[in-house]
Design a protein. Structure first.
Length: 284
């Protein structure tokens, strides 16, 4: 999502929109590189299984290449431009409300994920005295704390976490398990023991959780066989289907596909404030 430059060349939010566009452009580059990596031939990852005779487990392990370090640098630039666009927005609204550039020295778009009181405390520090009640309420409305238990995964919370982390380290990319329905995966992968009405030889099984980082050699799937059903240890477990993998960033394990939602949410915030400026052109 980008905004044509002709739409904001002389707008007071021109810099905000330019930063937003730059973030979108960089994310398109990142997304294309990730797609090429995952679709490369030979593939960047594969699974190899082995039987543990002591525990009667068949263990599948992930093997593959590490994603390039530069992806974390690119995502960091995306994050920086989005966070900076929000802070730039607050400065321009300050000027719209009659403030001066001196009033923008310590301004910042507050992001509160814990409570309304946290927001009020942050807003008192980060929004200048000239900021109108209306515009303060507009900053308050999209805050993550409104999401309750889901506040930590709110787009603005993710943006704040990634921004804070990127200031001190690279947002390392890692291969991540992306399938969200383990039962469906089991039904799809363990195809050699479906149907027939015979007792299942499977005693129990385990699979990595969605979003878990995978390094070379990491077990991602274990299946324990029932010695009372099988008369001898299996030589091989026939597997079908493909690993559903993606790329995650940072300690929070943000799925790279989810960053687009962060950008879309920031855009909604910017767009609403843009309607407060008289030079905004409307197309609806």
């Amino acid at each position: 999502m980008t905004v044509p430059e002709s739409e904001y060349a002389f707008h007071r939010l021109g810099g905000v929109l330019a930063k937003f566009n730059r973030s979108s452009e960089l994310f398109d580059v990142l997304r294309a590189e990730i797609g090429d990596f995952l679709d490369s031939d030979p593939g960047p990852h594969f699974s190899r299984g082995e039987f543990d005779a002591d525990s009667w487990e068949w263990i599948e392990r992930f093997h593959g290449r590490e994603p390039p370090l530069r992806w974390g640098v690119i995502l960091g630039e995306c994050v920086h431009n989005l966070r900076s666009a929000l802070d730039h927005l607050i400065c321009q609204v300050t000027l719209l409300d009659g403030g001066r550039m001196d009033d923008c020295a310590d301004t910042q778009f507050p992001i509160a994920s814990k409570s309304e009181q946290q927001f009020e405390n942050m807003a008192d520090r980060r929004l200048p005295a000239c900021f109108s009640d209306k515009h303060r309420a507009m900053v308050k409305e999209p805050q993550p704390y409104h999401a309750g238990d889901g506040a930590d995964r709110h787009p603005l919370s993710l943006l704040a976490d990634l921004s804070n982390a990127d200031k001190h380290r690279v947002l390392n990319a890692s291969v991540s398990f992306m399938d969200s329905d383990p039962k469906e995966v089991l039904d799809r992968l363990v195809g050699s023991y479906q149907g027939g009405g015979e007792p299942s030889p499977v005693h129990s099984w385990w699979m990595v959780k969605r979003g878990q980082h995978l390094e070379d050699g990491t077990p991602w799937f274990r299946i324990v066989f029932d010695r009372a059903v099988l008369t001898e240890a299996p030589v091989n477990v026939e597997m079908s289907g493909n690993l559903s993998l993606g790329i995650a960033f940072g300690e929070i394990g943000l799925d790279s596909r989810s960053f687009k939602k962060v950008g879309e949410y920031v855009w909604l915030v910017i767009e609403r404030f843009a309607r407060e400026f008289p030079e905004t052109r409307y197309h609806d």
